[in-house]
Design a protein around this ligand. Structure first.
Ligand code: FAD
Ligand code: SIN
Length: 528
């Protein structure tokens, strides 16, 4: 017999979006927050650069909005960009007051000011940070606030496996698995918030931690929600070459280039000036493609990030984690250039949501990286994702307070997952490895029609093979099924866009085509 639980609000995920929403929504009733690993484990936890907001006197939300729109390559929605950039500064201050210790200094008038960083595509210093451990500080501060609120039950090591719908198609909870025992538990809820993060683990090389397996996007899609813009995958140009920390490449923050570090080829040429007037601080898609092109044309495995001309004291104070991690790999970044390579970093697409974080399935909300709000369009401005997650988690909770939460769900029939078997888990591992290689090769920084066609065909075969894993009550099996689902969404969406725009670069269609200045929307009818 499965266990049964009931709550008013179910939140899946303990990154910035899930934690902030849970805190704010706890005014409304009982909140259960489940997360598949330990409480802080999330992409949020590894964020380095910071959170963008126009808090400086020489800055304004309108300037932040212009930079966001320019980066979005024609697809960022002006109304959403305005909403996020205008509400951002006050929310970032609230985050600080909630106990997230951002780096600050006291100005000449004795007032505490944020120490602001600089990143590519921003025409002002506006990145609020906690040295290079911004995400860790956010996670610690918010987990502490959630625990001390006494209003939220936070349940670690619980994996959301499938959403539950009633006869009218309303989402009324989920089937979850205890990651320790594999025991299935049915959770009934009046409203469900997915805050499950990104899909980086669909690629062989990624900055994302192991939790980033696209579970929320895949579950929402299977439940009938529309998904938007999945072709826009951001590759970060500077992950530490050869690093693999439990499945994740170590990031060297763009803020290092913001302080003046320069990208060079192995023979020392500062190659970015050949690609863009902003050189090493050009928008991230341009830097990633340039690094990729240089590596391929020279047959080299990495390029170099040179910070050796910066003051060692600045490096040690501003980038203590990066400095220390490089030292552990035998690189003293105050003296040696750092070998770096691009890695999959962020998905701009996700479950389509409106300005209140509502998906197209009734009772189902989504916020953070698993949602597509219209803020980023075809390319994300650095440090805008933590901000987007915060703003939309807040808006979702505010809207629930205003509109009220739906009534108790009625009885629903649940088709339970089946006990795990060892052979299925091994098959899941092999499938995962193949799909990661396929996505890296054919749905990566540079794409072609043939490559995308091949990836689409092979993914369809892998999905066929995975049908035997479909009902296994095992986290590795469920994650592989979800990764295959989101990989197909990326490839299908990329094939629907025969042009190059923002993060989607197709060598066979290298120009932007005004005829495709629209979102790519995929639903189950399109991919089945
Ligand atoms: P996450 O923080 O990823 O949290 C997802 C949560 O959902 C986790 O708790 C996970 O365990 C849980 N979960 C997932 N699936 C399930 C399931 N099936 N059942 C139960 N729980 C589940 N953005 C910026 O704006 N600024 C930065 O400086 C920055 N730096 C970054 C550095 C790195 C190395 C990385 C990887 C990303 C960075 N980003 C940055 C992007 C940003 O960190 C993420 O987009 C953002 O943190 C996502 O927050 P989230 O709450 O949506 O998801
Ligand atoms: C970084 O620190 O370079 C990551 C910033 C981001 O992804 O927004």
């Amino acid at each position: 017999m499965p266990g049964h639980l009931s709550t008013d609000i179910l939140v899946v995920g303990s990154g910035i979006a899930g934690l902030w929403f849970a805190l704010r929504a706890s005014r409304l009733g009982r909140v259960l927050l489940i997360t598949k690993k330990s409480d802080v484990e999330s992409a949020t936890n590894y964020a380095q650069g910071g959170i963008a907001a126009a808090t400086a006197e020489n800055d304004a939300p309108g300037l932040h909005a212009s930079d966001t729109l320019a980066t979005g390559a024609g697809l960022a929605r002006p109304a959403i960009v305005r909403l996020v950039t205008e509400t951002g500064p006050a929310l970032v201050r609230e985050l600080h007051e909630t106990g997230v210790g951002f780096s600050t200094y006291v100005d000449a008038r004795g007032r505490e000011q944020f120490d602001l960083g600089q990143e590519g595509g921003h025409h002002r210093r506006r990145i609020v940070h906690a040295a290079d451990r911004t995400g860790l500080e956010i996670e610690r501060g918010l987990v502490r606030a959630v625990k001390s609120s006494g209003q939220v039950m936070l349940s670690e090591e619980h994996f959301a496996a499938e959403l539950l719908l009633d006869d009218s198609g309303r989402c009324v909870g989920c089937q979850m698995l205890s990651t320790d025992s594999g025991e299935p538990i049915v959770v009934r809820a009046r409203v469900v918030m997915l805050a499950t993060g990104g899909i980086g683990q669909a690629y062989r090389h990624t900055t994302n931690p192991r939790i980033a397996t696209g579970d929320g996007i895949a579950m929402g899609f299977r439940a009938g929600a529309r998904v938007a813009n999945m072709e826009f995958i951001q590759f970060h140009p500077t992950s530490l070459y050869g690093s693999d920390i439990n499945g994740r490449a170590f990031l060297i923050s763009e803020a290092v280039r913001g302080e003046g570090a320069i990208l060079r080829t192995r023979d020392g040429e500062p190659f970015m000036s050949r690609y863009h007037p902003d050189a090493s601080l050009a928008p991230r898609d341009i830097v990633a493609r340039a690094a990729d092109a240089e590596m391929k044309s020279r047959g080299e495995d990495y390029v170099l990030l040179d910070a050796t001309h910066l003051a060692p004291e600045l490096i040690r104070r501003r980038f203590p984690t990066i400095h220390q991690t490089c030292l552990e790999s035998g690189i003293d970044m105050t003296k040696d250039p750092i070998p770096v390579v691009p890695a999959a970093h962020y998905v701009c697409g996700g479950l389509e949501v409106n300005e209140w974080s509502e998906t197209t399935v009734s009772g189902l909300l989504a916020a953070g990286e698993c949602a597509c709000t219209g803020l980023h369009g075809a390319n994300r401005l650095a440090s805008n994702s933590l901000l987007e997650a915060l703003v939309f988690a807040e808006r979702a909770a505010d809207h629930l307070v205003e509109a009220g939460i739906p009534g108790e769900p009625g009885d629903i029939a649940v088709s339970l997952l089946l006990p795990e078997d060892g052979a299925a888990v091994r098959r899941a591992g092999a499938l995962r490895e193949e799909l990661q290689g396929l996505m890296w090769q054919h749905a990566g920084i540079v794409r072609t029609d043939d490559g995308l066609r091949h990836a689409g065909d092979r993914l369809a075969e892998l999905c066929e093979q995975a049908s035997s894993l479909g009902r296994a009550a095992s986290v590795p099996c469920r994650e592989t099924v979800n990764l295959l689902e989101v990989a197909r969404l990326v490839v299908t969406s990329a094939r629907l866009r025969p042009e190059s725009r923002g993060l989607h670069y197709n060598q066979d269609h290298p120009q932007m085509d005004p005829g495709f200045a629209r979102d790519t929307i995929v639903d189950r009818a399109r991919i089945a």
